[in-house]
Design a protein around this ligand. Structure first.
Ligand SMILES: Nc1ncnc2c1ncn2[C@@H]1O[C@H](COP(=O)(O)OP(=O)(O)OP(=O)(O)O)[C@@H](O)[C@H]1O
Ligand SMILES: [Mg+2]
Length: 387
């Protein structure tokens, strides 16, 4: 603007000095026009060189999506020559699967409801290969405020996207594997628990009966009677231990459903650590398969084990709500709490394993805790497995 003023000033002075106002005015307009033209030429040259030299693909398309301008990087990216690309529209080279979404967003961009479009999309190259790009597009309006054309920047993210997709796929496979291992482990626990209970249990019961007979037979011999008595006590203790081992592996009460299993866990915590557990388990009987029952049970079991080991809590509250849609669980203690941000795998795998099992069923686990304020774990599990 300053330049414009400076250049026009001599003409204005000249015109007023000689009283040739009209002539002076014409000079000023001409000088301005020349300036405007020059500025337009520079802007245009700047745009041209930036457009062509850009390492990022750039396109200018009309309202309908036909390319009006494309740069070298865009041609290289999709494998077409400039002439070939200018005979096409963006619809011709967009991957079919991405097309409905792109059309929807494009119409939002054109009608102004979306100021700027930013999307990861796939183009189909001339050789038929699809390539990922990050497209940032905006519209350019004419003097009447109508869309004249839209300009896109197309960033090649193909390698990054493939690496990202490979990572997602490998995480999915790992999760599937861990789910599979988890269910193998659970079935194995079930089998061993049953065998210990049935096989050892039966044999120990038989042994106990035999010892009782021996004890009766040794009534006349106090020394042998006392030994038989001790043997019976030993057999009783062994039976308790066997029951406990089988229960630790997989409590039989789990076969009765989640609610009785939680009640059993609460009793166990009270017996072992004198921590009172308040249960709010709802009234509805939630229909769910064995896998969901086991995941919820193992999560509560790990939370209660953590409370007994780390929390120094007085009280625990367990809240369970469920419907056909899903399961909501909350386990809260009034213990010393901890900083979840400082959790790492060095410390243990309990919480990590819990989260993995819940995530594998499409659920979420949130951990709220801070030193001095207890710990709350919230778990939501959908009862429909993700596809
Ligand atoms: N309820 C809690 N109150 C206080 N600290 C807790 C609680 N739950 C977990 N923590 C802290 O979080 C850490 C990680 O718990 P996590 O269950 O993952 O591992 P761990 O219990 O140490 O070992 P394990 O692998 O045997 O479960 C614990 O070491 C403890 O410091
Ligand atoms: Mg633990």
């Amino acid at each position: 603007m300053d330049t414009l003023l400076n250049l026009s000033t001599p003409a204005v002075l000249l015109s007023s000095a000689f009283g040739l106002t009209a002539l002076g005015g014409a000079f000023t307009v001409c000088a301005r026009l020349r300036q405007e033209r020059e500025r337009f030429r520079i802007d245009n040259a700047f745009f041209q060189s930036t457009f062509q030299a850009s390492a990022v693909g750039m396109t200018v398309a009309n309202r309908e999506g036909h390319y009006l301008r494309v740069n070298r990087a865009m041609c290289d990216f999709v494998g077409y020559s400039e002439t070939e690309l200018l005979q096409r529209s963006y619809q011709d080279i967009t991957c079919l699967e991405d097309f409905p979404d792109r059309e929807r967003v494009r119409s939002q961009l054109l009608d102004g409801s979306l100021p700027r479009l930013q999307r990861e999309v796939r183009y189909i190259r001339k050789d038929g290969r699809s390539v990922w790009a990050l497209v940032v597009a905006s519209r350019v309006l004419d003097q009447d405020g109508d869309v004249a054309y839209w300009v896109s920047q197309v960033l090649d993210i193909d390698s990054r996207k493939h690496a990202e997709l490979a990572l997602i796929e490998s995480r999915r496979q790992l999760r599937e594997l861990s789910k599979h291992q988890e269910s193998l482990l659970e079935n194995e626990r079930k089998r061993i628990a049953r065998e210990i209970h049935d096989e050892l249990g039966q044999r120990l019961t038989a042994l106990k009966m035999e010892i009782s007979l021996l004890r009766l037979g040794f009534g006349h011999n106090p020394a042998l009677f006392r030994i038989a008595d001790e043997m019976r006590t030993l057999a009783d203790g062994t039976m308790d231990a066997v029951r406990q081992i089988a229960s630790n592996l997989r409590p039989a009460v789990l076969d009765l459903g989640l609610v009785p299993a939680i009640e059993w866990l609460a009793e166990q915590l009270y017996k072992r650590a004198s921590i009172q557990v308040h249960l709010d388990l709802g009234t509805e009987d939630i229909p769910m398969d064995d896998n969901h029952v086991t995941v919820a049970f193992r999560a509560i079991q790990e939370s209660l084990t953590n409370i007994a080991r780390h929390a120094r809590a007085q009280e625990v509250r367990i809240r369970l709500r469920g419907s056909r849609a899903g399961l909501d669980l909350q386990i809260q203690d009034d213990g010393i709490g901890f900083d979840p941000a400082r959790l790492d795998s060095q410390q243990g795998f309990g919480i990590m394993g819990m989260r993995e099992r819940v995530t594998a069923l499409g659920g979420t686990l949130a951990l709220h805790s801070q030193p001095g304020s207890g710990t709350r774990i919230t778990i939501a599990i959908p009862l429909q497995e993700p596809t």
